[in-house]
Design a protein around this ligand. Structure first.
Ligand SMILES: NC(=O)c1ccc[n+]([C@@H]2O[C@H](COP(=O)([O-])OP(=O)(O)OC[C@H]3O[C@@H](n4cnc5c(N)ncnc54)[C@H](OP(=O)(O)O)[C@@H]3O)[C@@H](O)[C@H]2O)c1
Length: 196
């Protein structure tokens, strides 16, 4: 799909999450763990943009609860547009840039002028509903999924995905392969790439 100026309109959709042994990702609207180094990896990954003649920007796509549970101190992020998904909200939440009623609207926004000229990537930051929907989108190519090697009591879970379609990568650029430990919890960064 190309726009009138011939620029590629389809933006890569990428998921990022950290999940414990049973794929749990959250409890009571919060992360069940405190892992500052893991969080720093998340921040560094979602804010990385390229510069090819023009500086590109990133769309960060948040479910409503994720958006409101994140500390206000991490916003605004350079080069990022924060987009919140909600069927109920009627106004863009404070510090966010856009409100979308469905995932299709996110794709539409990123694919049309003016944003299509500058958006590089759509990062999906959860929770489970938007993870599931984005996993099924043909433009979803990468899942960054930190393996938290411990048990936590969770009430939300990362959706199942086909590991024959999304294959675990070794030596993926910018992603250390070794096992880390913080606050007595071991974890490993992982990337799953959709095979063509
Ligand atoms: N470990 C991790 O990496 C990670 C990552 C992300 C989240 N989490 C955890 O997950 C939990 C939050 O997830 P959650 O499921 O409770 O909430 P959420 O996905 O952040 O928010 C759910 C709300 O977002 C809106 N929404 C989601 N998908 C939508 C769609 N496709 N179209 C329109 N609106 C949509 C709806 O809002 P309305 O009700 O307003 O319509 C829905 O009720 C927290 O515990 C958080 O810490 C963990």
């Amino acid at each position: 799909m190309m726009n009138i100026e011939g620029e590629e309109m389809r933006k890569p959709i990428r998921l990022i999450a950290a999940a414990c042994s049973d794929m749990g990702i959250g409890k009571n609207g919060q992360l069940p763990w405190s892992l500052p180094k893991e969080f720093q990896f998340f921040m560094d990954t979602i804010t990385a943009v390229s510069y090819d003649a023009f500086l590109k920007i990133i769309i960060l796509c948040w479910g409503r609860i994720c958006w409101f549970s994140c500390s206000e101190t991490v916003f605004p992020l350079a080069n990022c547009i924060n987009l919140v998904l909600s069927r109920k909200l009627t106004a863009v939440p404070p510090l966010a840039h856009y409100l979308c009623k469905d995932f299709g609207s996110v794709i539409h926004l990123a694919s049309e002028p003016p944003l299509c000229h500058i958006v590089e990537t759509i990062w999906v930051l959860g929770g489970p509903e938007v993870y599931k929907e984005s996993l099924e989108h043909p433009c979803c190519d990468l899942i960054y999924l930190t393996d938290i090697m411990a048990d936590f009591d969770c009430d939300v879970f990362f959706p199942k995905f086909d590991r024959n379609v999304f294959r675990k990568q070794k030596g993926f650029p910018g992603v250390p392969d070794e096992i880390h430990e913080e606050n007595g919890i071991k974890f490993q960064f992982q990337v799953f790439k959709k095979e063509a």
